[in-house]
Design a protein around this ligand. Structure first.
Ligand code: HEC
Length: 153
């Protein structure tokens, strides 16, 4: 009886662990009908070999200044939205909105995360590289095609 109980307990704990590691408890709500980007897609699409040199520089700057809220791979966190979401398609949030977000911050308007404060200490050149990185990740995730929209790269 005790052994059976222990076995049930182990099975239950394993199931809980699997659920905990596979679930996305911090996934923010999506305001559009754009398909959710999966971790797998990003893991393969944003690998360094797929990124241009400029985007790789942008990735470093992004990870140093933005990923704390927007997540590694721009997939979002509990503190900020995924920039791979359809709402950040270049036809809706063009490059100027990125420059302005970094310089001036962003009042909360699309999500429930609160305002984004400006991010000091990021050079103009780094901002361009960051935009390049985000656009390449967006493209790799099918948000838009090659040169359909005018972006820094
Ligand atoms: C402290 C958290 C935080 C950090 C750090 C942060 N952001 Fe944000 N950002 C947010 C939040 C929250 C929003 C969403 C505001 C809304 O629309 O509700 C946002 C929105 C944006 C937007 C959308 C702008 C718009 O016009 O709607 C862009 C672009 C952006 N961030 C880029 C960046 C970049 C680039 C960096 C790094 C240089 C960065 N963010 C760092 C929290 C952050």
């Amino acid at each position: 009886m005790n052994i059976r109980l222990a076995a049930v307990c182990i099975v239950t704990m394993t199931a809980l662990l699997v659920t905990a590691s596979c679930g996305e408890p911090g996934a923010p709500p999506t305001p559009t009908a754009v398909p959710q980007v999966t971790g797998d897609a990003l893991a393969s699409s944003s690998s360094a070999s797929d990124l241009s040199e400029r985007a790789r520089a942008g990735e470093s700057a992004f990870n140093a200044n933005c990923s704390v809220c927007h997540g590694v791979g721009a997939v979002g966190t509990r503190s900020g939205p995924p920039l791979t979401d359809g709402v950040y398609h270049p036809g809706h949030h063009g490059d100027p909105s990125f420059r302005s977000a970094v310089r001036n911050g962003v009042p909360q308007h699309h999500w429930g995360f609160g305002d984004m404060a400006s991010v000091p200490g990021v050079s103009a050149d780094e901002v361009e590289s960051i935009i390049c990185y985000v656009r390449e990740v967006q493209r790799a995730n099918g948000l838009f095609e090659g040169s359909d929209y005018s972006t820094v790269c």
